[in-house]
Design a protein around this ligand. Structure first.
Ligand code: GDP
Length: 295
């Protein structure tokens, strides 16, 4: 993944890596390449520009031109700045509730249901939790079935109510069920639409208000590029979510979404999805992602 961004940055930085001494023109040219690579990877124009300006300032501030190995220093500056831009240190989940409530939000097809299963599996196997999956997509029976299939795959109970069209009620009943049955984490899967619309936003905002989750996660398909940023902004304006899940990073995906979303909504990316299987989940580490992007 990120081949194109990685390759381009590599090429751009290669010029510096090989140089014993470089000029300010070299730095400017390299940063231009870096910026082009970021734009090609769907990073928002303003963010890419700010990024290269910051790196340039730091490079000049550290007298990069007069150091013995300016190339290495530039590579480090770019990498550090990219890491910072994507969120600095890895952030975990707040699981302090009893039970802890995690609300999934995002458009239809973004990977919410799949990720709900992955997260349940992750919390069960890696964090020794007893999760409960909750089906709140009341419009599509197929979505409820899908959550049951996923739950079966990972051996986690799924709470659903046939015929109940009120997601707020289902979510509240699920919390009572969890308390009665010793579940310490509840993962609420919600209905998404193909595009942001008022009805969907009102519905999820109502669920959010009623269950007051510790973590509202916004799930987004990394392949949707700039649209991912707009969708993230719309959901964040309404839900003020805690974190982002970037799915489908196994495909032919550019890394731009990771960089832009963090910059625009200023919320951490917490997890990534790297495949359709239930174990294709990773905690998001900005520094690892920066390494990966830079190659
Ligand atoms: P939802 O509508 O938001 O619940 O989305 P789904 O969970 O149904 O996912 C939509 C499609 O994307 C399904 O075919 C999933 O198998 C697929 N999918 C979800 N996450 C990933 C991922 O990380 N990588 C890949 N390759 N496919 C994914």
């Amino acid at each position: 993944m990120f081949d194109s961004l990685s390759d381009k940055l590599d090429k751009a930085l290669h010029v510096l890596k090989g140089h014993g001494s470089i000029t300010e023109v070299n730095v400017a040219e390299t940063l231009k390449e870096v910026r082009r690579a970021l734009l090609d990877a769907d990073v928002n124009f303003k963010i890419a520009k700010e990024f290269t300006n910051t790196v340039k300032e730091k490079a000049l501030g550290q007298n990069v031109l007069t150091t013995l190995q300016p190339g290495q220093l530039m590579v480090k500056l770019v990498k550090d700045e990219l890491t910072e831009l994507m969120g600095g240190d890895a952030e975990g989940l707040n699981l302090s509730g009893n039970p802890s409530i995690i609300l999934m939000s995002g458009l239809q097809g973004s990977g919410k249901t799949t990720f709900s299963g992955k997260l349940a599996n992750f919390l069960k196997t890696k964090k020794s939790k007893k999760p409960l999956l909750v089906a709140c997509d009341v419009y599509r029976p197929a979505a409820i079935n899908q959550l049951h299939v996923v739950g079966d795959q990972v051996g986690v109970e799924v709470y659903s109510e046939e015929g109940n069209m009120n997601p707020v009620e289902i979510a509240q009943n699920a919390i009572a069920h969890a308390k009665q049955n010793g579940h310490n984490v509840i993962i609420v899967d919600t209905a998404g639409r193909l595009a942001v619309d008022e009805e969907m936003m009102t519905e999820i905002a109502n669920v959010h208000k009623a269950i007051d989750p510790q973590e509202t996660l916004f799930v987004v398909d990394a392949m949707t590029g700039q649209d991912a940023v707009n969708t993230a902004k719309a959901f964040n304006d309404r839900l003020n979510f805690e974190g982002v899940v970037l799915t489908k990073l196994d495909g032919d995906t550019r890394g731009g979404a990771a960089i832009s979303i963090k910059s625009v909504v200023n919320k951490p990316i917490k997890f990534i999805g790297t495949g359709e299987k239930m174990d294709a989940i990773d905690v998001f580490y900005p520094s690892r992602m920066a390494d990966r992007i830079l190659g």
